[in-house]
Every structure is written in C-alpha cells, then in structure tokens.
Design a protein around this ligand. Structure first.
Ligand code: 2M8
Length: 453
C-alpha cells in the first residue's frame, strides 16, 4: 500500500487528518494487535504497542486494551516483557525471527507464545494511566486496569531486581535494541571497548533492506554487533543472573530509566482507585529520579548522559535521550533550564540560516550526526511526544508548542512516516520521510496529540 498522502496542495482538515491516521492503524491490524509498520515490522513490538494503544484509546477503546493484553501474553515468568511477540502468520518475514532468537529453551519464557529474549523501554505504566482518562466506562474496564497494573508492577520488579545489581535505582539495558533508539552513536562507544571474534557472529541475512534504503538503516558493522550480543544471550539460554557474567553490554541510560520512573509515578497515581499498595512503587520512583540526577546528570554538559557499567565510564555524547528526563520530573528548575538551552541551541534547533525541525534525535553539530540514518539525526514523533509532555510539565509552554507544531508540519507535509528529515530547508520533491511509511506510532500519537487534554 502506498503512503497515505497528506501533502496535497489543499490543506487537509483536522478531521480528515485524524481519519487518515486511524486508517493507518486499522490497516496495520494483525489479529489482536497492530504491527508497527505494514512490511518492515510484521510482528508486535513492546513500546510500539504502548504508543499504539494511546491512539486507539480515543476511538476504539477495546482495541487499545487488546494491544496491551496481546503484548503481556508474552511476559516471561521472571517479569521480563519481551521486545517482540512474534506472529506465527508472519514467520520468516523479519530478521531476527523467533527461531534465530531461540528462546524455546529459555526457562522463563511462557509456553505457546513466541517471543524474543530482551526487553524495551517500560512505557506501559504511563500508557495505562493515560488510557484511564479516555476510558468510556471506568467500571466496566476496572478488571482490565487491575490486571494490567499487576503485570506492569511485575515488569518493574524485574527491572529493579534483575537489571540493577547494585540497587542504585537505574536499570541497565543489555542491547541497543532495548533502548528503542537502536542506532544511536552511543552504542559504538560501548562496542569499541571489547573485541568481537567473527566466529561469534553466526551467519545471518537481514530483511530490513528489502523494504528500506540502506542509507536510512544501520550499517553492517552495527548489525554484526547486534547479532553477536543475541548469540551470547541465547548461548546462555537467557538465564539470569548467570547470563550477565562477562556480558559486555550493560548500559544505564536516561530514556529507559525515565520511562520506568514516569511509569512508577503513573502506577502510584492509579493505586488508590485500584486499591493497591503503592509504597514500594513510590520508593522505586524516588530512587530512580535521585539516581538519574546523582549518576547520569552532567552539570558541565547540561544534560543526562549514559553510563557503561562494564567499562565503568560515562559516554559523553548528546542524543535527544539526554533531554527526556523532563518527562519524569527528575530535573530541578536549574537542570530544566540547561536542558531547554540545549533544545534552543544550534545542536537541536539549527541556526537562522539553517533551521531544524525540533527535535533531531542526535546533536546536529556532532560529526556522527546523519540526517537520514535511523536514530542518528532524523526526527521521531514518539521522542517529540515525550519531550512535549516533559516541557509542559515544567511550564515551557511556548517551546512545547513548537515541538508539537513542528511534528504536525512534518506529518502533514510528508505523511505518517517512521522518521523524518530534520532540516526545514528540504528541497521540493525530496523525500522527507524515511524508514517505513504508514507507521503506526506516528499515526497513534498524532491522534492522541489532537485530543482534548
Ligand atoms: C526499531 O527496532 C527494530 C528492532 O527492535 C529494528 O530496527 O528492526 C526501533 O526504532 C524500535 O524503537 C522500534 O520499536 C522498532 C519497531 O518500530 O523498530
């Protein structure tokens, strides 16, 4: 199917825009859930499902619930919520598929559900809380919220008990795919710290390049490393904590932990209604916010950095994820000011001669910035949505409005793409949307953004 075009000469009404967004979601439905994209991502993805549920909450609440229910069917016995829940129907259409992950023998994996063996940013707590605002009938849906609440707490417990061995309040990610921002140049700095024997990279064949221009996707060196890590995990049958012994990729980073903290906060807010004790969750939330500030905040840089806990060093780079903790309320007023300065600086806003759409995923002033390549510079709608709510939380309404209007300009100009060219000066006729067209979370978050707050 071709990209739903919104860039006709005639401006599209808001109503038509929302209907087009709903159509993107409907067309991507596969049984009980919605694929992130028609062909590039033909299964269910973890944080995509959260954003997608937010879109449906405004026009098909049952489907919103179905997204989360389908995803949590894949939750492991230790609480881990997998990055991908595979659909049998699309076996063989994505790499790495279920058989490559080889989670069959993993003791914690649920039977009868095919999943990968790693997780993703835990957005589900705040998604659930936001869904509650739009629930058509809270009494009818209360059992659903209760059930989800418990599963999300279980996921958070996994993060604190299995991914925070020093009880610092910061969960580590074990693969770039767990960050959601898979191709950030950050991970290269981690990979540079250890040797990879080519014999430890089993033969594989990518499927993404059948759908997307190679210039817009990660390079081969990155894929080799992604696969090297998967191989390590599957050799140890994903058994924790043994699998972490000598495991070279363990990074504490701001986006994952912001999602965790904000989701904790959301659970606390819902706890009274669901008659659940939230003492532990409140402690987690406070501990994570403190640790974000004590460990990941860099006063000289003025943003949150990532920490490589294996090689014991901060990674001094400036991705948009370093600005995201506004969303969970971790920064104090002064820190928030410094973050805003970054957003208004040439690194993210460009210059008067060369203005950028807010917010490029990576500093435009860094040599590793790449305006077309996935997570190395293009603008992503989910990152913008998180930034918008973070800015609003601190009262930066003007800047928040700019993030929102830039996002809508991109979507209206090009359609519902996975990511977008960050420069405003794109030549007429150039493609400004990259990755997959008809991308579900872009459409879903547009719907959510247009709804009454
Ligand atoms: C991208 O990641 C997958 C692997 O998980 C891939 O490139 O094959 C990322 O943008 C990730 O954040 C997203 O959840 C996923 C599906 O949209 O695609």
């Amino acid at each position: 199917m071709s990209e739903i075009s919104l860039s006709a000469a005639e401006p599209v009404s808001t109503e038509a825009f929302v209907l087009a967004a709903q159509k993107v979601l409907r067309n991507n439905i596969l049984n009980s859930f919605t694929k992130p994209a028609p062909a590039l991502y033909p299964h269910q993805w973890n944080w995509d499902a959260g954003f997608i549920a937010l879109g449906y909450a405004h026009f098909d609440f049952k489907q919103a619930c179905s997204e989360l229910t389908a995803l949590f069917r894949g939750q492991w016995a230790n609480g881990m919520l997998p990055q991908i829940v595979f659909s049998i129907q699309n076996t063989g259409k994505y790499f790495p598929g279920y058989f490559f992950w080889d989670t069959r023998g993993a003791p914690a994996k649920p039977r009868n559900v095919r999943t990968s063996g790693i997780t993703m940013p835990p957005v589900h707590g705040f998604v659930l809380e936001r869904m509650l605002r739009y629930a058509p009938d809270t009494r009818t849906y209360r059992p659903f919220f209760r059930k989800m609440f418990d599963k999300i707490v279980w996921l958070h417990r996994y993060c604190y008990e299995n991914r925070d061995p020093d009880s610092e309040g910061l969960a580590f990610i074990c693969h770039p795919w767990e960050s959601g921002m898979d191709n950030l140049p950050l991970w290269q700095d981690v990979f540079a710290c250890f040797e990879i024997d080519p014999a430890d990279v089993p033969p594989y064949q990518r499927r993404d390049l059948e759908h997307v221009d190679a210039d817009h996707r990660p390079r081969k060196e990155s894929y080799d490393r992604y696969i090297f890590l998967v191989n390590r995990l599957r050799q140890k049958r994903y058994e924790e904590p043994g699998v972490w012994q000598d495991y070279p990729f363990q990074v504490q980073e701001p986006l994952f932990n912001t999602m965790l903290s904000r989701s904790n906060e959301a659970l606390v807010e819902m706890g009274a209604w669901l008659r659940r004790d939230t003492g532990q969750i409140r402690e987690w939330q406070q501990q994570t916010n403190r640790a974000l500030n004590n460990k990941l905040w860099d006063t000289n840089v003025g943003m949150y950095l990532a920490y490589d806990r294996v090689h014991k060093k901060m990674i001094e780079q400036n991705p948009a994820s370093g600005l995201i903790p506004l969303f969970c309320g971790a920064p104090d007023r002064q820190q928030a000011e410094q973050i805003v300065r970054w957003l208004e600086s040439p690194a993210f806003a460009g210059t008067p001669e060369r203005p950028a759409y807010l917010c490029p995923s990576y500093s435009t002033q860094d040599a590793r910035f790449d305006e077309r390549r996935y997570w190395r510079g293009p603008v992503w709608i989910n990152i913008n949505w998180l930034l918008y709510h973070g800015l609003k939380r601190y009262g930066y309404d003007v800047l928040a409005k700019r993030v929102k209007s830039d996002s809508f300009e991109l979507m209206r100009r090009f359609g519902f793409w996975e990511y977008y060219h960050p420069w405003k000066s794109l030549k007429q006729g150039d493609s400004g949307g990259y990755g997959s067209g008809n991308f579900s979370w872009t459409a879903a978050l547009a719907i959510d953004w247009l709804a009454k707050e």
